[in-house]
Design a binder for this molecule. Structure first.
Ligand code: C2O
Ligand code: CU
Ligand code: CU
Length: 567
């Protein structure tokens, strides 16, 4: 080999993984199912750029990203989230309808080394949801590391349909993101809104083999800021069957669809007329967007630029393979029987305006007010049906996400017909382009809690971290009657304990809001919102020593602390 050839090969090698010539097999996240989930958040590393240094990443049971959790409507799921990072973080169950204290927003901080055990009854419709960190001012950094995962909800309505449901075979999870690397192959998290290199399920230059039949793609935009104008390289028609919060009433045919940060769609693609051995690309048709579409900016570097901006680029290379046994051969004409809220159902209207922050301060906020952890922006009555209008007079497009509920978009710029068919289902994130105002209607039912708020925010994590977020509590008048002046009076037994502690209460019907166990240094090692105490608490994972168990009374929010020894 001549020196020159060697040099050319070396250069080609350097860009291996970054050029279109070489593809890497799309990583399909592992799965967990049942009602009990063990999720360990950790720092790790992955070879995302080759050759050279590995990249420091974060994962949940994995090197980047986390397992897909399959949960069933009607079941109560228990999450055992262990934070093995050196930092505090939170895990938020994006799109789930659950009590605020289980939500995993900025208030449910999990200190390093702590096990957090939220649980809830699954009432969401079948669909594609996700979980991700949500610590205030740290969301971008933790998300950039790759901490997050899919949640797939099953229910009877969806299960009755003849849809692809073989995970990783004809039902493919696809998480879209991109990253910028520094000279040492580490993620850049400062002064950058966009990545330079696409990662599909954490895979650079991803390719997948899909069978020659109808396939279902569940697509999540987990970017920092970039929107995707998705389509196939041959401009074929595909069908949207689901929005953020579940199935549409009927499939919607499109050739392009915009997917903004935080949004999910499920699509059906017909590969049955494709030739085995042929290929096509799922692409972002992001060139030529009007200014304000995130990722449409012309610059190729700097804070608001990227190598992928204002470009059409590959998201996933698809090789068509032989059909599977018992393939899905058609698209159902009807999918669900949703009855949506209309503007007329709303008894309360609220407006939120996207504003420019102060010079030198945050770039964007809501109503000229940046997020403050101890300021409740809105109080919503339990069971209230409300219309929220978000107005963007800003120079740039944003997204709006709200916790607790799934909503129906009822108008864009006051025009009910301005709502796209592609976004006509249940949603929890919506795109608010510059100069537009968008309204949704939602019902705030089931979960009242005057103490723990839910969030609403722009889902661009840089904007959210910067204060483009607000919070609301859902309150029930009934709850106020219950206020008593007493805290909880209890004893821990056996003491010393071996691997399980039990509680005996002096109160008749103890209503425990929160349980925390702290070690001698005052460090929290176990956190359980609304703990179920009848069967005792497993403590065998803790080292022997002296501990303090702190219970918070639901009515008074007073805390009582008892000491116990673990042998
Ligand atoms: Cu996806 Cu407040 O979050
Ligand atoms: Cu959320
Ligand atoms: Cu924003």
């Amino acid at each position: 080999m001549s020196k020159k050839t060697a040099l050319i090969l070396a250069i080609l090698g350097l860009f291996h993984g970054l050029t279109a010539q070489s593809y890497n097999a799309l990583w399909i996240p592992d799965t967990l199912s049942g009602t009990n989930f063990n999720l360990t958040i950790k720092d790790t590393f992955a070879q995302l750029v080759t050759p050279g240094n590995q990249t420091l990443t974060g994962g949940i049971n994995n090197k980047f990203w986390g397992p897909t959790l399959f949960i069933n409507q009607g079941q109560t799921v228990h999450m055992n989230v262990t934070n093995n990072l050196n930092d505090s973080t939170t895990i938020h169950w994006h799109g789930m309808h659950l009590p605020a204290v289980m939500d995993g927003g900025p208030h449910q901080v999990i200190p390093p080394g702590t096990l957090w055990q939220p649980y809830w009854n699954v009432t969401n419709k079948a669909g594609t949801y996700w979980y991700h960190p949500h610590l205030h001012e740290m969301t971008l950094e933790h998300l950039t590391k790759g901490i997050g995962g899919f949640i797939i909800v099953r229910d009877a309505e969806e299960s009755a349909l003849n849809l692809p449901r073989k995970y990783g075979v004809d039902d493919i999870p696809i998480v879209l993101t991109s990253r910028r690397y520094d000279a040492n192959n580490q993620f850049v998290t400062q002064a950058t809104s966009y990545g330079d290199y696409m990662l599909t399920n954490g895979t650079p230059n991803a390719a997948v083999s899909l069978p020659k039949q109808w396939v279902r793609l569940r697509i999540l935009n987990a970017e920092i800021e970039r929107g995707y104008n998705l389509g196939f390289s041959d401009n074929r028609t595909f069908y949207i069957i689901s929005n953020d919060g579940g199935l549409l009433n009927a499939p919607v045919a499109v050739t392009r669809v915009k997917l903004l940060v935080g949004e999910r769609i499920e699509i059906m693609v017909n590969l049955s007329n494709d030739v085995v051995g042929s290929s096509l690309n799922l692409k972002a048709y992001n060139s030529g967007q009007t200014f304000g579409f995130p990722g449409g900016e012309p610059a190729s570097s700097g804070q608001f630029g990227s190598l992928l901006n204002n470009l059409d680029f590959n998201v996933l290379h698809i090789n068509v393979a032989a059909a599977t046994a018992n393939p899905i051969t058609s698209l159902p004409a009807t999918l669900a029987n949703n009855t949506y809220w209309t503007a007329n159902d709303a008894t309360v209207s609220r407006s939120i305006t996207i504003t420019n922050g102060n010079p030198g301060g945050p770039a964007f906020n809501f109503d000229n007010l940046s997020f403050q952890l101890n300021n409740i922006n809105k109080t919503v009555n339990l069971n209230s049906i409300e219309k929220w209008t978000v107005t963007n007079n800003n120079v740039f497009g944003h997204t709006f996400h709200i916790h607790d509920v799934q909503f129906k978009i009822v108008d864009r710029n006051g025009n009910a017909n301005g709502v796209g068919n592609y976004e006509s289902g249940w949603k929890d994130v919506m795109y608010v382009p510059k100069g537009e105002s968008v309204s949704f209607v939602a019902k705030f039912d089931d979960y009242a809690d005057a103490i723990h708020p839910f969030m609403y925010h722009c889902h661009f994590s840089n904007h959210e971290d910067d204060g483009m977020m607000g919070q609301f509590v859902v309150t029930s008048a009934a709850g106020l009657d219950k206020i008593s002046t007493n805290g909880l009076d209890f004893a821990v037994y056996p003491n010393p304990a071996k691997d399980r502690i039990f509680f005996s209460f002096a109160n008749e019907n103890p209503d425990v809001y929160y349980l925390k166990i702290k070690n001698l240094n005052g460090k929290t090692v176990l956190m359980m919102p609304k703990p179920l105490l009848e069967a005792g608490i497993e403590v065998s994972r803790l080292e022997s020593g002296v501990y303090f168990v702190e219970l918070t009374d639901n009515a008074t929010k007073t805390t009582t602390v008892k000491k116990f020894i673990l042998e």
